[in-house]
Design a protein around this ligand. Structure first.
Ligand SMILES: [Zn+2]
Length: 264
């Protein structure tokens, strides 16, 4: 599922491919991916215009169109953008923007869980959708982080995944952050001491920045990362070599090392 690093990579991809070119036509192949507007409304807002700039907040990508307003992209479980000149866009293309230069930008979403939306004001959209501060926002310092997370009920993993507190972290990267910080995903957020919360805060930046640098590709991530090892039946801890365990935590499958990650 696309999390903050994936969406950042998509943002950089759009910046490198799709800006400042006239959109010749807009082909909506599945209208149910459109959250609040009709296919016709989307066509009217984009056809003849161009995409001008991008902005990311958590797992949401905002793309400003010339004229007025922002296209809002959320990629759900499996969504991604694809820019190409190929005659056939990828399977599961839900919306296709065709540019004057013969290329097109496809919004691909196999399970149709992702959504396209429109807003005149990204700040208002973020507020309306009750999204918390972006996980890489400079103003999320250790003190603010400890205050927000330390008083949450439930596990540290679910506290970190709550988009209303901090936006951008999902199942994969909360596992990585907690592994790097040496904290068990089921540890109660309110039981974790101050130095450990500070370490989790430090690891959020560290892990997300490493993942963005690795273009969100597990095989390019540092060797001491857990992420490339998840999924396999005989997965072992990159630190101690013992088998990793998996367990359902808030409805998601968490991977962790029972030896290296403390319960508190
Ligand atoms: Zn270990």
């Amino acid at each position: 599922m696309p999390e903050l690093p994936d969406v950042q990579v998509y943002r950089e991809y759009l910046d490198a491919t799709s800006l400042h070119q006239r959109i010749a036509s807009v082909d909506v192949r599945r209208e149910d991916v459109l959250e609040t507007l009709s296919a016709r409304a989307l066509q009217q807002r984009l056809a003849g215009r161009s995409l001008e700039s991008t902005r990311r907040h958590g797992k949401h990508l905002f793309v400003r169109a010339s004229g007025n307003g922002w296209l809002v992209l959320h990629f759900g479980m499996t969504g991604y953008p694809d820019y190409s000149k190929a005659e056939d866009p990828p399977q599961h293309t839900r919306v296709l923007l065709r540019f004057d230069n013969g290329f097109h930008l496809a919004y691909v979403s196999q399970r149709v869980i992702g959504r396209l939306d429109w807003t005149d004001d990204p700040g208002g959209f973020i507020e309306q959708h009750h999204l918390g501060i972006d996980a890489l926002d400079e103003s999320l310092d250790a003190g603010r982080f400890r205050e927000a997370i330390g008083r949450k009920r439930g596990s540290i993993k679910s506290a970190l995944m709550d988009q209303g507190t901090i936006a951008g972290l999902g199942n994969i990267y909360t596992d990585e952050i907690l592994f790097q910080a040496g904290v068990h995903p089921r540890a109660a957020a309110s039981d974790i001491d101050e130095p450990t919360l500070t370490e989790i805060h430090r690891q959020i930046r560290q892990v997300l920045q490493s993942a963005i640098k690795a273009r969100a590709q597990p095989e390019r991530m540092p060797e001491d990362f857990l992420t490339p090892r998840r999924g396999g039946d005989d997965a072992t801890c990159p630190r101690c070599g013992k088998p990793l365990e998996k367990e359902k935590v808030s409805g998601r499958t968490a991977y962790f090392c029972p030896t290296c990650q403390a319960m508190y």
